[in-house]
Write a new protein. Structure first.
Length: 172
């Protein structure tokens, strides 16, 4: 079986704090080093920081933009997809991924987390929302640092791909 790169969405506020951007950049670096494809909303803040980190480590970045202009993407997005959907593009961000990492967050991040959980995706969270209720099995898994978030996301992405980490082979 040929391995495919896992797609991991990194979500968080477009107006992020310096601490959130630092964490997101580290997440991006870890994902890039692991050969994952980073998918995000393509704009600033956490999205730009994750893309910057991934690119620094040779990773691939995809930005699903809310507007209709590719030029709106942050400078580290390699594949810019203008959707023209506004905030509704949040559904595309999470549905294109096999796992989600949430860093910080505002209302848009909360919507992405909820959509991901509803779709059955695993969500790792660093200082973010947990919209789960005690009677629901879907929860954000809190993690302490970028390395733990990426390990969690990659493990779940590979399960979602139907390939365990031990069965993965490299492409020829």
């Amino acid at each position: 079986m040929t391995a495919t790169a896992p797609w991991v969405a990194v979500v968080g506020p477009g107006s992020a704090s310096a601490a959130e951007e630092s964490v997101a950049e580290q997440v991006g670096e870890e994902l890039g080093a692991a050969g994952a494809i980073v998918v995000c909303g393509g704009l600033g803040g956490v999205m730009a920081a994750a893309c910057r980190g991934a690119r620094f480590r040779g990773g691939t970045t995809v930005g699903l933009l809310p507007g209709s202009a590719r030029s709106d993407a942050n400078e580290w997005v390699q594949i810019a997809v203008p959707t023209g959907l506004g905030e509704a593009r949040n559904a595309l961000v999470v549905r294109s991924a096999e796992a989600v990492i949430a860093v910080g967050g505002g209302w848009g991040t909360l919507s992405e987390i909820a959509l991901a959980l509803r779709a059955g995706l695993a969500v790792a969270g660093i200082d973010t929302w947990d919209p789960g209720r005690n009677d629901l099995p879907e929860r954000v898994t809190p993690v302490a640092d970028p390395r733990s978030a990426v390990a969690f996301a990659l493990r779940h992405a590979r399960v979602r791909q139907g390939v365990s980490a031990g069965e993965r082979t490299s492409s020829a």
